[in-house]
Design a protein. Structure first.
Length: 186
């Protein structure tokens, strides 16, 4: 039944970190599918504020070098090693960006929310296809505008790391009961 499959995908969605990836490359067709599904996210007045830049192969090195450059005085050797491992294990890095509507009729939080829904669609598609996915929002992402050729009304909201994995530990993420977060006004 479709509803059961959808419930399973939603309830099994979780962060799968680059350290858990096996370094194999995700087929480009699947990456395109992730982005197609992202593009169907709901958006107020159809502003469709999400923008994505995908880095793979040697192009990941360009992104990594830019991160080093903008953090050169603030990044430890340990962090450099960690970032290098993260980039090496990852198949594709998707820079998540947002474009404010020119009319500014839409509050910024709605544009961020719409972009976040696009990210959720990516994440659910990853889960359905057994692809690891992790959204990182490092402090320096707002310093990448020039490198990413973003315009004045655009900004980077972080990176989605994607990768294939072999096995995952069976860890159940604790969630509060929904009734503790719901008020029924029937």
């Amino acid at each position: 039944m479709i509803a059961e499959n959808l419930n399973s995908v939603i309830r099994n969605r979780k962060s799968i970190y680059p350290s858990q990836y096996n370094g194999q490359e995700i087929p480009l067709k699947l990456i395109q599918e992730l982005l197609e599904n992202a593009n169907t996210a709901p958006t107020h007045k159809l502003t469709q504020p999400w923008l994505f830049q995908v880095f793979a192969g040697e192009k990941k090195t360009l992104l990594l070098n830019e991160i080093y450059k903008i953090n050169k005085d603030k990044i430890s050797d340990k962090k450099i090693k960690s970032l290098k491992e993260k980039f090496n294990n990852t198949s594709h890095i998707i820079c998540v960006c947002m474009q404010r509507s020119d009319e500014k009729l839409i509050p910024e939080w709605e544009e961020i929310a719409a972009t976040s829904m696009a990210v959720q669609n990516i994440w659910l598609t990853c889960t359905a296809n057994k692809i690891g996915c992790y959204w990182s929002t490092p402090k320096y992402s707002n310093k990448l505008n020039s490198f990413l050729n973003l315009e004045k009304n655009q900004r980077c909201l972080g990176f989605i790391y994607t990768g294939l994995y072999d096995n995952l530990p069976n860890i159940k993420t604790p969630r509060l009961e929904i009734n503790s977060k719901t008020t029924w006004n029937l």
